[in-house]
Design a protein around this ligand. Structure first.
Ligand code: ARG
Length: 456
């Protein structure tokens, strides 16, 4: 029989099927570094509280260091121990003998696991943040090199107005800056230390929780033991931040699936970032973006799993909470798979200026024409109607709007022939939208600069 943290009051060991269901080591072994860090801090607090002599503390710290050096080589998910906390205690016994039994004085796995997981989450959120930054920078780099590329901007997937490629790239970078904000916010609330409240009601040992806080680098101490041992809001918030981030990446990816199609052809994927078809030799597929799109559903599933788990629980620890880790680890792993792949594809993809230009049809000048009528004193609603008539006349004659017969145009409004002559290029049209936040060059350059700061 393997080491167990409980069992004195039981006549028989747990049934095999219960043991299998109950065992979380295959998932929570990933907390081993955090568990050892927390154990080290606990030894200090117990020593200060007079529970451990300094020689016992030394033995335990030495033992923990040996456990730390052994753990990476062990087949962690195959070991028989119930969870990472049990495994650490067993190994500590192997290293230092009976004094190992003093480590968990005044401490429960309830405050221990909540503390371990908060530490792990803080590390994970920093790692995700670094990847979001890298993806954001890849988008801004595309924006900067493609500053003067003009293509249709779409609403309802219909051509609407000409815009800069840089405007589209920055449009997808802004949501990532909000994701960073959410990560920071989640981090702030995650940085609250449960350790020292034991199972629910506070530790029977007068440990100095402030010492523990400093030792472990938390911002605050959790004010209520019953709350904090059952509080997984930080997991829910992290999962929401990841699910929304994955959704942003999914929308970007979905748009790029369309742009890489033969019909649009606005961008070409680098060969290293595209995949082939087993049957169709000519195919170059954007699997990277399609998978990124699907993974948003996977991460959302993790969020829903956790929220569903939490909603019926009373305050304090229930074993349901053990399932928090599988959801969180899965979501973090998934997003850390997606972000670098999408970034790589974006860093190396090439815009195709000819295809962008070919998609610019003169109907995209319609708003410019209405705006020019407004400049002549025509109320906008009326100008909208007159421009609509011009569009219809062009359609009927089978010509582009600027080529509508002069007399026909004059018949709609006397200023139209002059307006049509002065339309200029699509780039001129873009520059006419010079407001802050618009697709004009100055606005887009300012956006790139601000994004670089926010992603710095
Ligand atoms: N493996 C457990 C978890 O991850 C540790 C806490 C166990 N607590 C308890 N009261 N059985 O949630």
């Amino acid at each position: 029989m393997t080491h167990q943290l409980w069992g004195g009051r039981f006549a028989t060991p747990p049934a095999e099927a219960l043991d299998k269901l109950n065992r979380s080591l295959p998932v929570d072994h990933r907390l081993w570094q955090e568990d050892l860090r927390v154990a080290g801090a606990w030894v200090k607090a117990l020593t200060q509280a007079g529970v451990l002599s300094s020689s016992e503390a030394e033995q335990l710290q030495g033992g923990l260091a040996k456990v730390a050096s052994r753990l990476p080589a062990l087949p962690l998910s195959d070991l028989p121990d119930e969870d990472i906390h049990t495994l650490v205690e067993r190994l500590l016994y192997e290293e230092v003998g009976a004094v190992a039994g003093k480590l968990n004085t005044g401490r429960s796995r309830n405050d221990q696991v909540a503390t371990d997981l908060r530490l792990w989450t803080m590390g994970a959120l920093h790692a995700v943040d670094a990847e979001v930054v890298a993806l954001g920078k890849a988008l801004v780099a595309q924006a900067e090199t493609g500053l003067d590329l003009i293509l249709p901007g779409y609403t309802h997937m219909q051509r609407a107005q000409p815009v800069r490629w840089a405007y589209i790239m920055t449009a997808h970078a802004w949501p990532l800056t909000r994701d960073r904000d959410r990560l920071r916010d989640a981090l702030r609330r995650t940085s609250e230390m449960p350790l020292g409240v034991a199972a629910l009601a506070g530790s029977g040992i007068a440990v100095d929780r402030e010492l523990l806080r400093k030792e472990l680098g938390f911002e605050r101490i959790a004010p209520n033991g019953l709350d904090t041992t059952g509080d997984r809001d930080f997991v829910a918030e992290a999962l929401f931040a990841l699910a929304l981030m994955a959704t942003h990446v999914s929308r970007l990816a979905g748009e790029l699936v369309v742009y890489t199609s033969s019909e649009y052809g606005f961008v070409k994927l680098d060969d290293a970032w595209a995949t082939g078809s087993s049957l169709l030799p000519q195919k170059k597929n954007p699997d990277v973006f399609e998978l990124a799109r699907a993974k948003a559903a996977v991460v959302l599933g993790d969020l829903v799993t956790l929220m569903g788990t939490l909603k019926g629980l009373p305050a304090g620890y229930s074993k349901d909470l053990q399932e928090d880790k599988a959801a969180l680890f899965h979501a973090v792993d998934t997003i850390l798979l997606v972000l670098p792949a999408v970034r790589g594809a974006i860093e190396t993809m090439k815009p195709v200026p000819q295809r962008m230009a070919a998609a610019l049809d003169p109907a995209l000048f319609a708003t410019d024409i209405a705006d020019a009528l407004v400049a002549q004193g025509v109320p906008f609603r009326e100008a909208h109607g007159l421009t609509g008539k011009l569009v219809r006349a062009a359609e009927q004659a089978g010509v582009a709007i600027p080529d509508v017969n002069e007399a026909v145009a004059r018949g709609i409004h006397e200023a139209l022939p002059g307006i049509l002559q002065a339309l200029g290029t699509f780039a001129d049209s873009v520059e006419r939208r010079g407001t802050v936040g618009g697709s004009g060059k100055a606005s887009v350059m300012a956006q790139s600069a601000e994004l670089r700061t926010l992603l710095g």
